[in-house]
Design a binder for this molecule. Structure first.
Ligand SMILES: *[C@@H]1O[C@H](CO)[C@@H](O)[C@H](O)[C@H]1NC(C)=O
Ligand SMILES: *[C@@H]1O[C@H](CO)[C@@H](O)[C@H](O)[C@H]1NC(C)=O
Ligand SMILES: *[C@@H]1O[C@H](CO)[C@@H](O)[C@H](O)[C@H]1NC(C)=O
Ligand SMILES: *[C@@H]1O[C@H](CO)[C@@H](O)[C@H](O)[C@H]1NC(C)=O
Ligand SMILES: *[C@@H]1O[C@H](CO)[C@@H](O)[C@H](O)[C@H]1NC(C)=O
Ligand SMILES: *[C@@H]1O[C@H](CO)[C@@H](O)[C@H](O)[C@H]1NC(C)=O
Ligand SMILES: *[C@@H]1O[C@H](CO)[C@@H](O)[C@H](O)[C@H]1NC(C)=O
Ligand SMILES: *[C@@H]1O[C@H](CO)[C@@H](O)[C@H](O)[C@H]1NC(C)=O
Length: 278
Protein backbone atom coordinates (compact mmCIF):
# COMPACT_ATOMS: atom_id res chain seq x y z
CA UNK A 1 0.00 0.00 0.00
CA UNK A 2 2.69 2.41 1.15
CA UNK A 3 4.92 1.65 -1.81
CA UNK A 4 2.06 1.90 -4.36
CA UNK A 5 1.30 5.38 -3.02
CA UNK A 6 4.93 6.43 -3.35
CA UNK A 7 5.28 5.11 -6.86
CA UNK A 8 2.09 6.87 -8.00
CA UNK A 9 3.43 10.17 -6.59
CA UNK A 10 6.73 9.45 -8.27
CA UNK A 11 5.00 8.76 -11.57
CA UNK A 12 2.86 11.90 -11.41
CA UNK A 13 5.94 13.96 -10.54
CA UNK A 14 7.73 12.55 -13.51
CA UNK A 15 4.76 13.40 -15.72
CA UNK A 16 4.60 16.98 -14.38
CA UNK A 17 8.31 17.19 -14.95
CA UNK A 18 8.05 16.00 -18.51
CA UNK A 19 5.01 18.20 -19.23
CA UNK A 20 6.65 21.37 -17.90
CA UNK A 21 9.87 20.82 -19.76
CA UNK A 22 7.99 20.24 -23.04
CA UNK A 23 6.00 23.40 -22.34
CA UNK A 24 9.15 25.40 -21.73
CA UNK A 25 10.79 23.93 -24.79
CA UNK A 26 7.98 24.95 -27.17
CA UNK A 27 7.60 28.45 -25.70
CA UNK A 28 11.35 29.05 -26.03
CA UNK A 29 11.23 28.06 -29.69
CA UNK A 30 8.32 30.39 -30.53
CA UNK A 31 9.36 33.50 -28.59
CA UNK A 32 13.11 33.23 -28.99
CA UNK A 33 12.92 35.09 -32.31
CA UNK A 34 11.85 38.50 -30.94
CA UNK A 35 14.08 38.23 -27.91
CA UNK A 36 17.17 37.08 -29.81
CA UNK A 37 16.70 39.50 -32.71
CA UNK A 38 16.39 42.52 -30.41
CA UNK A 39 19.30 41.33 -28.24
CA UNK A 40 21.55 42.16 -31.21
CA UNK A 41 22.97 45.68 -31.21
CA UNK A 42 23.43 47.83 -34.30
CA UNK A 43 26.97 48.38 -35.55
CA UNK A 44 28.02 50.49 -38.51
CA UNK A 45 31.44 52.07 -38.95
CA UNK A 46 32.50 53.64 -35.67
CA UNK A 47 28.96 53.60 -34.25
CA UNK A 48 28.28 50.48 -32.19
CA UNK A 49 26.30 49.05 -29.26
CA UNK A 50 23.16 50.82 -30.45
CA UNK A 51 19.86 49.44 -29.22
CA UNK A 52 16.30 50.59 -28.45
CA UNK A 53 14.68 52.88 -29.59
CA UNK A 54 16.87 52.41 -32.70
CA UNK A 55 16.43 49.57 -35.18
CA UNK A 56 17.45 48.71 -38.73
CA UNK A 57 19.91 46.41 -40.55
CA UNK A 58 20.27 43.45 -38.14
CA UNK A 59 17.53 44.71 -35.81
CA UNK A 60 13.92 44.11 -36.91
CA UNK A 61 11.37 46.93 -36.85
CA UNK A 62 9.82 45.58 -33.60
CA UNK A 63 13.13 46.27 -31.80
CA UNK A 64 12.63 50.03 -31.93
CA UNK A 65 10.25 52.88 -32.49
CA UNK A 66 9.09 54.33 -35.81
CA UNK A 67 11.33 57.29 -36.70
CA UNK A 68 14.44 55.60 -35.31
CA UNK A 69 15.40 53.49 -38.31
CA UNK A 70 19.14 53.47 -39.03
CA UNK A 71 20.70 52.52 -42.35
CA UNK A 72 24.29 51.56 -42.99
CA UNK A 73 25.73 52.64 -46.35
CA UNK A 74 29.42 51.94 -46.99
CA UNK A 75 30.05 51.83 -43.24
CA UNK A 76 28.29 55.15 -42.72
CA UNK A 77 25.27 55.08 -40.40
CA UNK A 78 22.41 57.23 -41.66
CA UNK A 79 18.97 58.31 -40.54
CA UNK A 80 16.25 59.80 -42.74
CA UNK A 81 13.95 62.56 -41.58
CA UNK A 82 11.44 64.00 -44.04
CA UNK A 83 13.47 65.37 -47.02
CA UNK A 84 16.83 65.14 -45.24
CA UNK A 85 19.28 62.28 -44.94
CA UNK A 86 21.61 62.72 -41.98
CA UNK A 87 24.87 60.99 -41.20
CA UNK A 88 24.93 59.72 -37.63
CA UNK A 89 28.12 60.96 -35.97
CA UNK A 90 27.34 59.86 -32.43
CA UNK A 91 24.69 58.40 -30.17
CA UNK A 92 24.59 59.12 -26.44
CA UNK A 93 21.91 56.88 -24.89
CA UNK A 94 22.30 58.30 -21.37
CA UNK A 95 21.61 61.88 -22.47
CA UNK A 96 19.43 60.69 -25.37
CA UNK A 97 21.41 62.77 -27.85
CA UNK A 98 21.93 61.99 -31.51
CA UNK A 99 24.72 63.90 -33.27
CA UNK A 100 24.02 64.28 -36.98
CA UNK A 101 25.34 66.08 -40.05
CA UNK A 102 23.59 66.71 -43.34
CA UNK A 103 24.66 64.03 -45.81
CA UNK A 104 24.24 66.32 -48.83
CA UNK A 105 26.63 68.87 -47.22
CA UNK A 106 29.29 66.35 -46.23
CA UNK A 107 31.69 67.02 -49.13
CA UNK A 108 31.03 70.68 -49.73
CA UNK A 109 28.33 73.32 -49.65
CA UNK A 110 27.31 72.76 -53.28
CA UNK A 111 24.43 70.27 -53.20
CA UNK A 112 22.48 69.28 -56.30
CA UNK A 113 19.28 70.55 -54.70
CA UNK A 114 18.57 73.30 -52.19
CA UNK A 115 16.77 71.80 -49.20
CA UNK A 116 16.32 73.32 -45.74
CA UNK A 117 16.94 71.32 -42.59
CA UNK A 118 13.79 69.74 -41.22
CA UNK A 119 13.82 67.28 -38.38
CA UNK A 120 11.19 64.74 -37.34
CA UNK A 121 9.75 66.86 -34.54
CA UNK A 122 7.50 64.05 -33.31
CA UNK A 123 10.52 62.10 -32.11
CA UNK A 124 13.34 64.67 -31.96
CA UNK A 125 13.98 68.27 -30.98
CA UNK A 126 16.97 70.55 -31.32
CA UNK A 127 19.00 70.63 -28.11
CA UNK A 128 17.72 73.53 -26.04
CA UNK A 129 20.92 75.59 -26.13
CA UNK A 130 24.18 75.96 -28.02
CA UNK A 131 22.81 75.85 -31.55
CA UNK A 132 22.73 78.48 -34.22
CA UNK A 133 21.70 78.47 -37.86
CA UNK A 134 24.22 78.81 -40.63
CA UNK A 135 22.49 80.38 -43.61
CA UNK A 136 23.95 79.64 -47.01
CA UNK A 137 22.88 82.01 -49.80
CA UNK A 138 22.99 80.77 -53.38
CA UNK A 139 23.34 82.70 -56.61
CA UNK A 140 23.16 86.21 -55.24
CA UNK A 141 22.94 89.45 -57.12
CA UNK A 142 25.52 91.59 -55.41
CA UNK A 143 25.03 94.79 -57.40
CA UNK A 144 26.64 97.77 -55.76
CA UNK A 145 26.16 96.29 -52.29
CA UNK A 146 29.72 95.03 -52.12
CA UNK A 147 31.05 97.14 -49.28
CA UNK A 148 30.43 94.51 -46.60
CA UNK A 149 30.56 91.06 -48.10
CA UNK A 150 30.11 87.86 -46.15
CA UNK A 151 32.55 85.07 -46.96
CA UNK A 152 31.87 83.69 -50.39
CA UNK A 153 33.01 81.05 -52.83
CA UNK A 154 31.86 79.54 -56.07
CA UNK A 155 29.91 76.38 -56.62
CA UNK A 156 29.42 74.50 -59.87
CA UNK A 157 25.90 73.12 -59.73
CA UNK A 158 24.41 71.44 -62.79
CA UNK A 159 27.35 72.76 -64.87
CA UNK A 160 26.54 76.34 -63.88
CA UNK A 161 28.92 78.34 -61.73
CA UNK A 162 27.15 80.38 -59.05
CA UNK A 163 28.34 82.40 -56.10
CA UNK A 164 27.66 81.23 -52.56
CA UNK A 165 27.65 83.39 -49.46
CA UNK A 166 27.18 82.21 -45.91
CA UNK A 167 26.60 83.72 -42.55
CA UNK A 168 25.54 82.84 -39.05
CA UNK A 169 22.71 84.84 -37.54
CA UNK A 170 25.04 86.80 -35.25
CA UNK A 171 26.81 88.30 -38.22
CA UNK A 172 23.44 89.11 -39.86
CA UNK A 173 23.90 89.50 -43.58
CA UNK A 174 20.17 89.28 -44.04
CA UNK A 175 20.02 92.07 -46.64
CA UNK A 176 21.22 89.41 -49.09
CA UNK A 177 18.14 87.30 -48.54
CA UNK A 178 16.13 89.07 -51.23
CA UNK A 179 19.04 89.23 -53.64
CA UNK A 180 19.65 85.49 -53.89
CA UNK A 181 17.96 82.69 -55.81
CA UNK A 182 17.76 80.54 -52.71
CA UNK A 183 19.03 80.11 -49.18
CA UNK A 184 19.41 77.06 -46.97
CA UNK A 185 19.55 76.94 -43.18
CA UNK A 186 21.62 74.37 -41.33
CA UNK A 187 22.08 74.22 -37.54
CA UNK A 188 25.64 74.35 -36.23
CA UNK A 189 26.84 74.58 -32.65
CA UNK A 190 27.78 77.96 -31.20
CA UNK A 191 31.44 77.07 -30.74
CA UNK A 192 31.64 76.04 -34.38
CA UNK A 193 29.83 79.25 -35.39
CA UNK A 194 32.43 81.33 -33.54
CA UNK A 195 35.30 79.40 -35.16
CA UNK A 196 33.72 79.91 -38.55
CA UNK A 197 33.32 83.62 -37.95
CA UNK A 198 37.04 83.87 -37.21
CA UNK A 199 38.05 81.50 -39.98
CA UNK A 200 35.50 81.67 -42.82
CA UNK A 201 37.19 79.05 -44.99
CA UNK A 202 36.33 76.40 -42.38
CA UNK A 203 32.74 76.16 -43.60
CA UNK A 204 33.01 72.58 -44.94
CA UNK A 205 34.53 71.38 -41.66
CA UNK A 206 31.92 73.24 -39.65
CA UNK A 207 29.13 71.31 -41.33
CA UNK A 208 31.03 68.04 -40.82
CA UNK A 209 31.07 68.67 -37.07
CA UNK A 210 27.29 68.27 -37.08
CA UNK A 211 24.73 69.27 -34.48
CA UNK A 212 22.89 67.60 -31.62
CA UNK A 213 19.30 66.40 -31.50
CA UNK A 214 17.49 65.30 -28.37
CA UNK A 215 15.24 62.28 -28.72
CA UNK A 216 11.91 62.29 -26.96
CA UNK A 217 11.34 58.61 -26.12
CA UNK A 218 11.78 58.22 -22.37
CA UNK A 219 14.36 55.67 -21.22
CA UNK A 220 12.79 54.63 -17.89
CA UNK A 221 10.43 52.07 -19.37
CA UNK A 222 13.29 50.41 -21.22
CA UNK A 223 15.60 50.41 -18.20
CA UNK A 224 12.96 48.65 -16.09
CA UNK A 225 12.60 46.01 -18.82
CA UNK A 226 16.39 45.53 -19.10
CA UNK A 227 16.74 45.23 -15.33
CA UNK A 228 14.16 42.43 -15.30
CA UNK A 229 16.18 40.48 -17.88
CA UNK A 230 14.29 41.50 -21.01
CA UNK A 231 15.13 43.45 -24.16
CA UNK A 232 13.14 46.49 -25.25
CA UNK A 233 10.82 46.50 -28.22
CA UNK A 234 7.74 48.06 -29.68
CA UNK A 235 4.51 46.55 -30.93
CA UNK A 236 3.45 48.35 -34.10
CA UNK A 237 -0.04 46.86 -33.95
CA UNK A 238 -0.84 48.17 -30.49
CA UNK A 239 1.72 51.05 -30.76
CA UNK A 240 2.86 50.12 -27.26
CA UNK A 241 6.21 49.52 -25.65
CA UNK A 242 6.94 45.79 -25.33
CA UNK A 243 9.43 43.98 -23.14
CA UNK A 244 10.66 40.85 -24.94
CA UNK A 245 11.53 38.23 -22.36
CA UNK A 246 13.01 34.79 -22.93
CA UNK A 247 9.60 33.16 -22.55
CA UNK A 248 7.25 35.70 -24.19
CA UNK A 249 6.63 39.45 -24.73
CA UNK A 250 5.32 41.35 -21.71
CA UNK A 251 3.95 44.87 -21.54
CA UNK A 252 6.55 46.32 -19.13
CA UNK A 253 8.89 43.86 -17.34
CA UNK A 254 9.70 40.17 -17.27
CA UNK A 255 8.05 38.35 -14.38
CA UNK A 256 9.95 35.76 -12.32
CA UNK A 257 9.82 32.48 -14.26
CA UNK A 258 6.96 30.34 -12.79
CA UNK A 259 7.38 27.58 -15.37
CA UNK A 260 10.97 27.07 -14.41
CA UNK A 261 10.35 27.06 -10.62
CA UNK A 262 7.56 24.50 -11.10
CA UNK A 263 10.04 22.40 -13.05
CA UNK A 264 12.56 22.59 -10.21
CA UNK A 265 9.91 21.83 -7.58
CA UNK A 266 8.76 18.80 -9.53
CA UNK A 267 12.33 17.58 -9.91
CA UNK A 268 13.05 18.15 -6.23
CA UNK A 269 9.83 16.34 -5.29
CA UNK A 270 10.59 13.28 -7.38
CA UNK A 271 14.15 13.24 -6.01
CA UNK A 272 12.86 13.30 -2.41
CA UNK A 273 10.30 10.59 -3.18
CA UNK A 274 13.01 8.50 -4.78
CA UNK A 275 15.28 8.92 -1.73
CA UNK A 276 12.46 8.01 0.69
CA UNK A 277 11.63 4.83 -1.21
CA UNK A 278 15.20 3.56 -1.06
C1 LIG B 1 30.54 48.31 -26.95
O1 LIG B 1 30.35 47.28 -26.01
C2 LIG B 1 31.50 46.48 -25.83
C3 LIG B 1 31.15 45.34 -24.92
O2 LIG B 1 30.34 45.77 -23.87
C4 LIG B 1 32.64 47.34 -25.27
O3 LIG B 1 33.81 46.58 -25.13
C5 LIG B 1 32.91 48.50 -26.22
O4 LIG B 1 33.86 49.38 -25.68
C6 LIG B 1 31.61 49.27 -26.50
N1 LIG B 1 31.89 50.27 -27.52
C7 LIG B 1 31.54 51.54 -27.40
C8 LIG B 1 31.85 52.45 -28.55
O5 LIG B 1 31.01 51.96 -26.38
C1 LIG C 1 16.39 40.38 -37.22
O1 LIG C 1 15.28 40.61 -38.05
C2 LIG C 1 15.59 41.32 -39.26
C3 LIG C 1 14.30 41.64 -39.97
O2 LIG C 1 13.47 40.53 -40.06
C4 LIG C 1 16.53 40.48 -40.10
O3 LIG C 1 16.86 41.17 -41.28
C5 LIG C 1 17.79 40.20 -39.30
O4 LIG C 1 18.63 39.35 -40.01
C6 LIG C 1 17.44 39.56 -37.96
N1 LIG C 1 18.67 39.53 -37.19
C7 LIG C 1 18.99 38.50 -36.43
C8 LIG C 1 20.30 38.59 -35.75
O5 LIG C 1 18.26 37.54 -36.29
C1 LIG D 1 34.73 73.83 -49.31
O1 LIG D 1 34.02 73.40 -50.45
C2 LIG D 1 34.04 74.36 -51.54
C3 LIG D 1 33.17 73.86 -52.65
O2 LIG D 1 33.59 72.62 -53.07
C4 LIG D 1 35.48 74.56 -52.02
O3 LIG D 1 35.50 75.53 -53.06
C5 LIG D 1 36.29 75.04 -50.83
O4 LIG D 1 37.64 75.14 -51.22
C6 LIG D 1 36.17 74.07 -49.66
N1 LIG D 1 36.83 74.66 -48.54
C7 LIG D 1 37.78 74.03 -47.86
C8 LIG D 1 38.38 74.78 -46.75
O5 LIG D 1 38.10 72.89 -48.13
C1 LIG E 1 20.01 70.34 -60.87
O1 LIG E 1 19.36 69.41 -61.73
C2 LIG E 1 18.47 68.53 -61.07
C3 LIG E 1 17.98 67.54 -62.11
O2 LIG E 1 17.54 68.17 -63.28
C4 LIG E 1 17.33 69.32 -60.43
O3 LIG E 1 16.46 68.45 -59.75
C5 LIG E 1 17.93 70.30 -59.43
O4 LIG E 1 16.91 71.11 -58.88
C6 LIG E 1 18.97 71.19 -60.13
N1 LIG E 1 19.64 71.97 -59.09
C7 LIG E 1 19.67 73.28 -59.10
C8 LIG E 1 20.35 73.91 -57.95
O5 LIG E 1 19.19 73.96 -59.97
C1 LIG F 1 14.71 77.89 -46.03
O1 LIG F 1 14.15 78.61 -44.93
C2 LIG F 1 14.32 80.02 -45.04
C3 LIG F 1 13.79 80.62 -43.75
O2 LIG F 1 12.57 80.11 -43.39
C4 LIG F 1 13.56 80.52 -46.28
O3 LIG F 1 13.78 81.90 -46.43
C5 LIG F 1 14.12 79.79 -47.52
O4 LIG F 1 13.39 80.15 -48.66
C6 LIG F 1 14.05 78.29 -47.34
N1 LIG F 1 14.80 77.66 -48.42
C7 LIG F 1 14.33 76.63 -49.14
C8 LIG F 1 15.22 76.07 -50.19
O5 LIG F 1 13.21 76.16 -48.97
C1 LIG G 1 17.01 77.43 -37.47
O1 LIG G 1 16.04 77.58 -38.50
C2 LIG G 1 14.95 76.71 -38.40
C3 LIG G 1 14.03 76.99 -39.57
O2 LIG G 1 14.71 76.96 -40.77
C4 LIG G 1 14.23 76.90 -37.07
O3 LIG G 1 13.19 75.95 -36.93
C5 LIG G 1 15.21 76.76 -35.93
O4 LIG G 1 14.57 77.04 -34.71
C6 LIG G 1 16.39 77.68 -36.12
N1 LIG G 1 17.36 77.42 -35.05
C7 LIG G 1 17.92 78.39 -34.35
C8 LIG G 1 18.87 77.96 -33.30
O5 LIG G 1 17.65 79.57 -34.54
C1 LIG H 1 30.67 72.28 -30.72
O1 LIG H 1 31.64 71.92 -31.67
C2 LIG H 1 32.95 71.92 -31.18
C3 LIG H 1 33.90 71.73 -32.35
O2 LIG H 1 33.47 70.68 -33.16
C4 LIG H 1 33.08 70.84 -30.11
O3 LIG H 1 34.36 70.81 -29.59
C5 LIG H 1 32.07 71.14 -29.00
O4 LIG H 1 32.10 70.10 -28.05
C6 LIG H 1 30.68 71.30 -29.54
N1 LIG H 1 29.80 71.76 -28.49
C7 LIG H 1 28.66 71.16 -28.23
C8 LIG H 1 27.84 71.78 -27.13
O5 LIG H 1 28.26 70.18 -28.82
C1 LIG I 1 1.56 42.84 -30.91
O1 LIG I 1 0.28 42.83 -30.34
C2 LIG I 1 -0.62 41.95 -30.98
C3 LIG I 1 -1.99 42.15 -30.37
O2 LIG I 1 -1.92 42.10 -28.96
C4 LIG I 1 -0.10 40.53 -30.86
O3 LIG I 1 -0.96 39.64 -31.55
C5 LIG I 1 1.30 40.44 -31.48
O4 LIG I 1 1.84 39.15 -31.31
C6 LIG I 1 2.21 41.46 -30.84
N1 LIG I 1 3.49 41.47 -31.54
C7 LIG I 1 4.65 41.55 -30.92
C8 LIG I 1 5.86 41.61 -31.79
O5 LIG I 1 4.74 41.60 -29.72
Amino acid sequence: MQSTCFSSIFLSSLLICLFTSINLQTSFCVEDLWYSNCSQTFKCGSIENVSYPFWGVNRADYCGQPGFKLDCQDDVPKIMMLQNTFRVLGINPEQQILKVARDDYWKDICPAEFINTTIDSTHFSYVSSGLQNLTIYYDCYLGSNTYYLPPSLNCIINTTTINVLYATITSSYDPFLGECISNVQIPINETAAQTLYENPMMVNDTLKAGFDLQWKIGGDQCNRCLNSGGVCGYNRTTTQFTCFCQDQPWSSTCPPRPGLSLFFLATLHSFLVLVSTL
